[in-house]
Write a protein of this length. Structure first.
Lengths: 367, 521
């Protein structure tokens, strides 16, 4: 039933939402800036100004791709878990400790660090998953509160046990060089982590659409009662999807740490978890679209930063734009009148075709 | 104004839904004043859509509507009511915790002063209308305590009190016993004599013949014409509805039941409102037979099915399949034991609506070895399975990748049935397997059910459709008030009137007679 033009409508609608968001941004920029055109140029084209700026966009894609994937998997099962934010910190912190204190040959070292981060992310997500399955506690509330608990626990360990006191700011000792994920281009910020992130997007797509676990996650997301009646262990799936989400976010923390920083220095929540939610909505929970959405958001984010640096427009503009995009993506009825016209046209065409076929058949029968 | 003999005139109505389904195409629907006019057609033929437009719940894509010769735009039910149109929905729109009188005046309550509802006036009003139209109700009873037949009368009263002159009844007899149907028909004729116009939606041929003057038949969203009921035979009607002659009786050989499969003993269940829904229910379904459960809805059938599939826990009693207790087992285990269920509510339990047909038919077997290669799905095997099932169960679709919610009711049910029947079940629990679906799909599903039982499956059939339960079952029990009140060993030797008496609780067999259904040696 889904014809080409209706599928196209999905994209047109998405593009229209972006356009409206830009228009809103435009109005605000014109209101708040003395040199709006310059500001606009920084926002839209600033990131393309040099190769190293583009590499920065790519580098910024890495953490949000991971949190985006984590959110995709959890949202697919209708679990509104928001602890990607905390898990990326926790994963990054544990990965960092392995990178500092456990000497190992390179390659193996990175892998062990990532696994350690994944493990801690998965373990943390057992909490909201278990509470939801066992007592029906809202995963949204639990995960939201969990973020702050995670932050405080990592800060406690960081300041009390692992801080490098010789530094002026709160940070750990530097990572062993064997643990560092190398940069792709010398002197540019993007590391090979970007390849890991894109590979994970492909893996996640396979997981969600080509394995029995992914299938179960999606079915639970569409209809829990149906899943239970079909013999799917709904409780286990609710836990599974959140653990997988935690694993992805935890990995993302490690990959970001080892590819971007020299020592662990996250002393506040990163905001990457929230970006992950934006990405999941933009990508309609399809992992394969996450890197594309991540590139787009990273570009805008950096563009807004540049705009903020060089003009008087505040960096919060980015939040405004993303809110407007959200609003129009989530608004089911946005452009629905236009869609209805499309549907009517399509259906009429289809009916005419059917009628033509039948009269042809009838004609043959008469002969 | 040229055609004022018609109170309702719908011309050239097209309706295309946002999901691309053309529910009505160029339909003309003309109703004369003071007649009972049948609107007939299979499910998915567009009857409900047409009536929703007449009641202002949907807007036509094209076409014009005239009421009493005056062109109208029915933009909401409020506007439709103002034009004297009333609708009694198939699923009643009543507030269960309020009294009959409160429901009747809901939204137009008589006031004492500005703030307070005048309850005595509401009761007086209800009584006045009740007497005038011969619709007997108890204005002080709470709606949740009254039988289905009376709820329907409350719905009709609601419409009349709001000044309706044209009444739309959507499958009014679907939930009624034979006796209640007879009563309803008497009341409808009484209304007709007082000049009211009634539009009667149904796909039950016998009723249409009995009560209506003229009929409009829809098929595939188009009108097949208007006919005088008296001049049309049941065979002609069914041919117009389906486009071919349908055998409405089920052909089946004598059952040869062997060993017991499902054994239910002394089952008791109390619901959340402290009402005893099942009381010492015991029965056995044997291999190779279809045991029917007849009864007015709400007499414990739903609770029984919920317990059999472990969606609810009984207070006492035992359930075993093939000698093994099933109580407390996960549905996964039930399916491994070969227990299939066609759920009563197919949109909630039967399907995942935005998933594809393919994803829906594999939901009970997706984790089996044959559909997996190591960690990955074996897509080839899955495609082969879904294509096989779509073909075998004649699901009308473009491809197995199509979303299930795009299908018609009958085809959705075929998807459910394809899954439930194709897993080599030893026990099939069929809960209202053909409710609200078209004649073609109904016939197909019934035939399959008989086929499977004769091939050795045990079948428990729960149905509120009397014809179905009598035609399809080999033997049957009647539920009333959470108990089995009658057991008929051979459905061929019974009549509907007698069964109606059992269903309404007017009569019951002795405990010894009922006990026979346990088949103890």
């Amino acid at each position: 039933m889904k014809s080409k033009s209706l599928r196209l409508f999905g994209y047109v609608r998405g593009a229209a939402a972006l356009l409206v968001a830009f228009l809103v941004a435009l109005v605000l920029i014109f209101l708040s800036s003395d040199e709006p055109l310059v500001a606009l140029r920084y926002m839209l084209l600033g990131p393309a100004a040099s190769w190293s700026k583009i590499c920065r966009v790519l580098a910024y894609m890495i953490p949000i791709t991971f949190t985006g994937l984590a959110t995709c998997i959890m949202f697919s099962a209708n679990q509104f878990n928001l602890a990607g934010e905390g898990c990326i910190s926790a994963g990054g912190f544990v990965g960092a400790l392995v990178a500092i204190y456990c000497p190992m040959p390179t390659v193996i070292h990175q892998i062990v660090c990532i696994l350690a981060g994944a493990l801690i992310g998965g373990l943390i997500m057992l909490i909201p998953g278990f509470l939801k399955t066992r007592w029906g506690v809202s995963e949204m509330v639990v995960s939201l509160m969990l973020n702050y608990i995670i932050l405080d626990v990592t800060m406690q360990f960081l300041t009390q046990n692992f801080a490098d006191r010789s530094q002026g700011a709160t940070m750990t000792f530097p990572y062993k060089s064997s643990a560092i994920i190398p940069k792709i281009f010398a002197g540019e910020q993007v590391s090979y982590g970007i390849l890991i992130a894109i590979a994970m997007a492909v893996l996640c797509w396979f997981f969600l659409y080509r394995t029995k676990w992914g299938y179960a996650i999606r079915m639970v997301g569409i209809n829990k009662e149906f899943s239970q009646y079909s013999g799917i262990k709904v409780g286990a799936i609710v836990i599974l999807c959140q653990v997988v989400g935690g694993i992805l976010a935890g990995m993302g923390g490690v990959v970001t740490q080892l590819g971007y920083f020299q020592q662990y220095r996250w002393t506040a929540l990163t905001g990457y978890g929230w970006d992950g939610i934006t990405l999941a909505i933009l990508a309609a929970n399809n992992p394969i679209f996450i890197p594309i959405a991540a590139f787009f958001v990273a570009w805008l984010q950096y563009g807004c930063e540049l705009m903020n640096t060089w003009t008087t427009v505040p960096v919060e503009m980015m939040d405004l734009i993303s809110v407007v995009i959200f609003l129009f993506f989530a608004a089911d009825q946005f452009l629905s009148g236009f869609r209805q016209k499309l549907v009517v046209r399509e259906t009429k065409k289809e009916l005419a075709e059917k009628a033509a076929q039948q009269s042809k058949k009838g004609g043959e029968a008469h002969v | 104004m040229q055609n004022s003999e018609y109170v309702v005139e719908m011309r050239g109505i097209d309706k295309i839904y946002p999901n691309g389904i053309a529910a009505n195409q160029g339909v003309d629907f003309l109703v004369k004043k003071g007649e009972i006019h049948a609107l007939m057609g299979e499910n998915g033929a567009g009857k409900s859509t047409l009536m929703k437009m007449l009641f202002g719940m949907e807007q036509p894509t094209n076409g014009e509507i005239f009421i009493n010769g005056e062109k109208v735009a029915l933009t909401s039910p409020t506007v439709a009511i103002a034009h004297g149109i009333g609708m009694v929905h198939q699923h009643f729109m009543l507030v269960p915790s309020l009294t009959v009188a409160e429901n009747v005046v809901l939204g137009m309550e008589p006031r004492k002063g500005k703030l307070f509802v005048d309850f005595s006036k509401a009761i007086a009003l209800t009584e006045e209308y009740s007497k005038k139209f011969n619709l007997e109700v108890d204005p002080n009873a709470k709606v949740m305590d009254i039988p289905v037949g009376m709820k329907q009368k409350v719905e009709i009263l609601k419409a009349l009190v709001r000044g309706a002159k044209i009444l739309i009844l959507d499958e009014p007899t679907a939930v009624l016993t034979t006796q209640e149907t007879v009563e309803l028909f008497r009341e409808l004729i009484h209304l007709k004599e007082q000049g009211y116009t009634i539009i009667f939606i149904s796909h039950k041929l016998k009723e249409i013949k009995e009560i209506t003057d003229r009929m409009t038949i829809l098929r595939g969203g188009r009108s097949m014409g208007v006919y005088n009921t008296a001049d049309t035979t049941e065979q002609e009607i069914s041919r117009l509805m389906v486009g071919r002659d349908v055998i409405l009786t089920v052909q089946k050989d004598q059952a040869q039941p062997t060993e017991p499969v499902l054994q239910v003993k002394d089952l008791e269940f109390t619901n959340d409102w402290n009402r005893k829904m099942l009381n010492k229910v015991s029965f056995t379904v044997r291999k190779g037979e279809i045991l029917g459960i007849a009864g007015v809805e709400g007499n414990g059938q739903r609770e029984l099915v919920d317990i059999l599939y472990n969606f609810a826990k009984p207070d006492a009693g035992s359930v075993s399949v093939g000698g093994k207790s099933t109580l407390g087992l996960h549905q996964d285990k039930l399916r491994d034991m070969g227990i299939s269920l066609i759920p009563e509510d197919r949109m909630i339990y039967g399907i995942a609506d935005s998933a594809s047909i393919e994803e829906n038919v594999i939901s009970d077997r997706f984790d089996k070895k044959q559909f997996n290669n190591g960690p990955l799905f074996n897509m080839k095997a899955i495609h082969a399975e879904s294509e096989r099932l779509v073909a075998e169960y004649q699901v009308l679709c473009k491809s197995p990748q199509q979303q299930v919610k795009m299908l018609s009711g009958g085809n959705i049910q075929k998807v459910v049935v394809a899954r439930e029947f194709s897993s080599d079940p030893v026990l099939i629990i069929a809960d209202q397997p053909t409710r609200g679906i078209d004649v073609g799909a109904t016939e197909f599903i019934r035939k399959k059910l008989v086929e499977l039982s004769r091939a050795g499956a045990a079948v428990l059939l729960v149905s509120a459709d009397l014809n179905e339960v009598i035609e399809l079952s080999d033997s049957l029990v009647v539920f009333h008030g959470g108990e089995i009140v009658a057991y008929f060993e051979d459905t061929k030797k019974m009549d509907e009137m007698e069964m109606g008496e059992y269903m309404l609780g007017l009569k019951r067999q002795s405990p010894e007679e009922v006990r026979r259904v346990v088949h103890e040696k």
